[in-house]
Design a protein around this ligand. Structure first.
Ligand code: SF4
Length: 324
């Protein structure tokens, strides 16, 4: 099959200040791999705290506000909070969602009218069986598919996606990529599961694939996107030696060029996420010595390295990069 014309990614001229505002960890789904699975009982932030954080962020120059949970759309104050964000003048008001609330057309319409500029739908399987199993909610897939349609019918144009890569779905990632394309979603992040905390920490061997087994399916999914005309399928939390020919489709490389990102959650605050992730959660090893991609690479999850070792890392030669 010949490839469709592709739009390459070029870094923006300057970095945008971004805040990922975690409103709390309450959620209407129960994804087995969720990093917040052990935090469900922590109290959600109050309306007042969230508004105060929005005001503080705006004063600090934040233009791009991403609201995330848990599932932030199930808050009773969700719509007033979005309206407040709009009144404060954030340029981008992004909501990451399991999509289920958007199955209600009135809710989708009210959300767009309140001022949300972008929605990011999390889809973890290409069909109801796998998605519902991974989210532990019968009917979740059908709800989010209706949600995508309702958001679009409400006039929202900027609809994005993400998908967490686990053992159960890795072989079906190309199908998930095709599903996103079929839904008209061309910006999708495929995220190698984080085993530092939560569900994937507790059930590491049941959920976390070997990177050398998952990477070929992730690369094939990027190719599915390219054949569909997009280079905005990206992969996240992966060692670059498994993606040497896809460096323009590595999420973190784009992110550090695009954003200076803060994370403000109920239980932690990180004001430089790029540096924090590299220092805390991700790591390289002595096998990386001399790798041509060393300075651009954040390595692999330290928890993964602790459990599985580093044999799958393979330094990339300077002149002639090859797949690991
Ligand atoms: S060998 Fe190490 S530094 Fe090089 S790409 Fe792999 S993980 Fe990154």
């Amino acid at each position: 099959m010949s490839e469709a014309p592709q739009s390459g990614w070029t870094p923006p001229p300057g970095r945008t200040q971004k805040l990922v505002l975690f409103t709390g960890f309450s959620c209407s789904s129960h994804c087995h791999f969720c990093i917040d699975l052990n935090k469900r009982d922590l109290p959600d932030k109050s309306s007042r705290q969230i508004v105060e954080e929005m005001v503080r962020a705006k004063a600090a120059g934040v233009e791009y506000l991403e609201m995330i949970g848990g599932e932030t759309t199930i808050r009773r104050d969700f719509l007033p909070l979005v309206k407040t964000a709009k009144t404060l003048g954030f340029k981008d008001i992004v909501v990451v969602t399991n999509g289920r609330m958007f199955a209600y057309p009135d809710f989708a319409k009210a959300t767009v009218e309140a001022g949300v500029t972008d929605l990011v739908f999390s889809i973890h399987g290409p069909d109801a069986k796998l998605h519902d199993d991974l989210t532990h909610v019968p009917g979740a897939f059908d709800e989010l598919i209706r949600g995508v349609a309702n958001a679009r019918a409400a006039g929202l144009e900027r609809i994005f996606g993400n998908c967490t890569v686990v053992k159960q779905n890795m072989k079906r990632l190309p199908e998930i990529g095709a599903l996103f394309l079929g839904l008209g979603i061309h910006h999708v992040e495929f995220i190698f599961v984080d085993p530092t905390y939560g569900g994937a920490y507790t059930n590491f061997h049941g959920l976390v694939p070997r990177i050398s087994e998952a990477a070929p399916y992730m690369r094939e999914t990027l190719a599915v996107g390219r054949r569909g005309g997009t280079r905005d399928f990206v992969v996240r939390y992966v060692p670059l030696c498994h993606f040497p020919d896809d460096l323009d489709q590595i999420s973190e490389i784009r992110e550090v060029a695009t954003f200076r990102t803060r994370h403000w959650a109920p239980d932690f605050q990180n004001d430089d996420v790029g540096a924090g992730r590299a220092i805390a959660g991700r790591g390289k090893t002595e096998r990386c010595a001399g790798c041509a991609l060393y300075d651009r690479c954040e390595g692999l999850w330290k928890e993964y390295l602790r459990r599985c070792g580093d044999e799958e890392l393979s330094p990339v030669k300077a002149q002639a990069p090859t797949h690991a």
